[in-house]
Design a binder for this molecule. Structure first.
Ligand code: UDP
Ligand code: MG
Length: 341
């Protein structure tokens, strides 16, 4: 089993020291964020259980996190937890979003290795075996890389590709393109991830930031088993802004550059204005005045917006609220030791 303690010696802030979790933890923890997934869940659990049993026998746990669903997801996973010893069901107090639901599950995971997978079967659970084999070679993070995506619109694929290109242009640590959160992580990689307290989380980027030995694992992303994506354009945009502002201050620098360009333009226009005022009688010029005003106004708003993004994030971080609230944890009745203190 991989080393439990982070190299920098800092204990993770959540859920006690890693050593205690290690002592009782299973070989594998699977974390599945679920939001309105009642149609997929039975099949997801069936395939997951099958894959885990093949690889780990009985020594695993599956943590199903209900992210404040409004359908039958919670009763369904609570029931699964009561029926299957390896399944733990967690209900968040409200919808916190994919990345925070995932964080809640990761906080509670006690396994020596951690497998992150979506509830909609877009990422095949059967890849667990090959990914475990890859990790046996001393890799800390085996992340899924999509070589093809089925059932996703050209628009989604196009925006995703453009986004990763833009992101990698801005950040110092390369964040692999065409990946999601589907991955297998070692305990020590997870402990490093859990030691990052930030609330605007872009988990795949945070994992890349850790470093250690990380390797891609190529796979074909399937169509959703049922239902619709919960990532409409609005949420994709918000995740993209979280990613950029979470990993780079380059937008602030670009704001300064924009200011420089505007200042240079202003100097030229100033000279032009003075000369025409001194040597020519001028009444025309309405168009240039309008254009200048509009340009300066827009540039100022843009720069203010960029500053505001960072300021707002500092405000949210400064409040230091918990990342999520757990409403309820359901697990197999025979299991004596409580999961949350
Ligand atoms: N999800 C979640 N909370 C949300 C939205 C999504 O827990 O607010 C879960 C969802 O149930 C799924 C995973 O996050 O297991 C990925 O979501 P989705 O499949 O909608 O995203 P896509 O695969 O289309 O990017
Ligand atoms: Mg999906």
């Amino acid at each position: 089993r991989p080393d439990a303690k982070p190299e920098d010696g800092r204990a993770p802030q959540q859920d006690g020291p890693p050593a205690t979790r290690m002592a009782v933890g299973p070989l594998l923890s699977v974390v599945v964020p679920c939001y309105n997934e009642e149609q997929s869940l039975p099949e997801t659990l069936r395939r997951l259980l099958c894959a885990c049993e093949t690889v780990c026998g009985e020594d695993f746990e599956i943590i199903l996190v209900d992210d404040g669903s409004r359908d039958m997801t919670w009763p369904m996973i609570a029931r699964m937890a009561r029926d299957v010893p390896q399944v733990v069901a967690i209900r968040l107090a409200r919808n916190h979003g994919h990345q925070l639901a995932l964080s809640a599950g990761l906080d509670l995971a006690r396994g020596a290795r951690i497998f992150i997978i979506d509830a909609d079967l877009q990422d095949p659970p059967e890849l667990l075996g090959p990914m475990m084999a890859r990790m046996d070679q001393g890799v800390d993070v085996v992340y899924g890389r999509r070589v093809a995506r089925r059932g996703e619109t050209a628009f989604k694929r196009g925006t995703a590709a453009g986004f990763y290109r833009l992101l990698n242009h801005m950040v110092d640590v390369p964040i692999p393109a065409d990946t999601g959160d589907f991955r297998l992580m070692s305990r020590r990689a997870l402990d490093h991830l859990l030691s990052m307290p930030e609330r605007h989380r872009f988990i795949r980027g945070m994992v890349a930031w850790i470093g250690l030995r990380q390797e891609p694992f190529d796979y074909i992303r399937e169509e959703r088993f049922a239902g619709q994506t919960h990532y409409p354009l609005r949420k994709m945009l918000s995740l993209a802004i979280d990613a950029i502002t979470g990993f780079s201050v380059k937008p602030l620098r670009m704001a300064s550059y924009l200011g420089l360009v505007a200042a240079a333009g202003a100097v030229i226009l100033l000279a032009y204005t003075l000369i025409s005022w001194a040597f020519f009688t001028t009444v025309s010029g309405w168009a240039s005045v309008m254009m200048t005003m509009l340009f300066i106004g827009a540039a100022q708003l843009l720069v203010l917006g960029v500053i505001g993004e960072y300021l707002g994030r500092m405000f949210m971080e400064a409040k230091g609220r918990p990342l999520y609230i757990i409403d309820h944890v359901e697990r197999f009745p025979a299991a004596s030791e409580p999961l949350v203190a």
